[in-house]
Write a protein that binds this ligand. Sequence first.
Ligand SMILES: Cc1cc2nc3c(=O)[nH]c(=O)nc-3n(C[C@H](O)[C@H](O)[C@H](O)COP(=O)(O)O)c2cc1C
Length: 314
Amino acid sequence: MEPPSEFAMASAPEGIGESLWEEVPLPELLEVAAGADSDAALEFRKTLGMFATGVTVITTLVDEQIHGMTANAFMSVSLQPPLIVISVDRRARMNNLLREGVRFGVSVLEERQSVLSDRFAGRGGDGPDPDFELVHDTPLVEGALAHLVAGVVRSYWGGDHSLFLGRVEYVRYGEGTPLLFHGGSYGRVAGNPRVFSELPPELLQPILDVGVEREYEDGEAIMRVGEPGDAMALVVEGNAVIERGGRKIPVAPGELVGEIAVLDGGPRTATVVAEGRARVLEISRTALMGVLEADPKATSALIAVLASRFREST
Ligand SMILES: Cc1cc2nc3c(=O)[nH]c(=O)nc-3n(C[C@H](O)[C@H](O)[C@H](O)COP(=O)(O)O)c2cc1C
């Protein structure tokens, strides 16, 4: 079958296939919004950073040597035939290793693999050496959430990056949640944590939607007595303890803390401390008010929660 015209190969810059996209605007033609930072290149990077992605490690085996590189510029292209594309900095060593006919692996990182991501991005990253598994003579990072093996079928000039179009020949995925990258930092899927909670669904779901995830180390205060009640928290993972007047009340995953002071803005009547490492969803007063105003069912569900707390404490 004849390849589509945009895949045509001709005189290629440094071994990269010719593309129709060579005539890109010069950087100084990039318009940034009035009032924005005057550095157009920085504005461009920051704008692109608003697009949240997962994180992958691209791997390849050349001359018995495994090479890996962190990349978030990974995209699905076609289902039939199965095609993907990655964008690789022309200064990266990976750019010199990938060529048409060379296979590469894509390991989609799991949410606890940010150290590995840093490591394959040349940013240090301590921890044990990663283990690889060879599939179709291609290294894949063990413990990742999903894996693909592809062979480069075309490569394109992409400015200071090269685009490698890969035909996928092996796929597999597992259970878990992905590591995210957004605005230059790692993140986790916060809108959908797996919380087993006794809270009524009318209240739980909107809280999951607006909550912001925070992690606390053992002994760290999640909230302190006397502080304004500017947020309440839903314990998602780990445990906490409410310290009030010499009493200690344990809080398990799925339970709320600070839900009384948040209603009138404070001050808090107790200190809440993480027991072991704890992950909580923090719901600001403003976000909570928005939830309650948007849905009367959420409001009556919160009243029911407060009523049962009142009964427990009397
Ligand atoms: C989250 C994250 C995403 C990245 N995405 C890419 C990418 O898509 N393409 C790329 O060329 N470099 C990307 N990088 C930078 C490379 O990982 C880094 O330059 C690496 O050192 C290149 O390795 P190499 O020169 O050994 O091949 C990314 C780095 C991070 C931390």
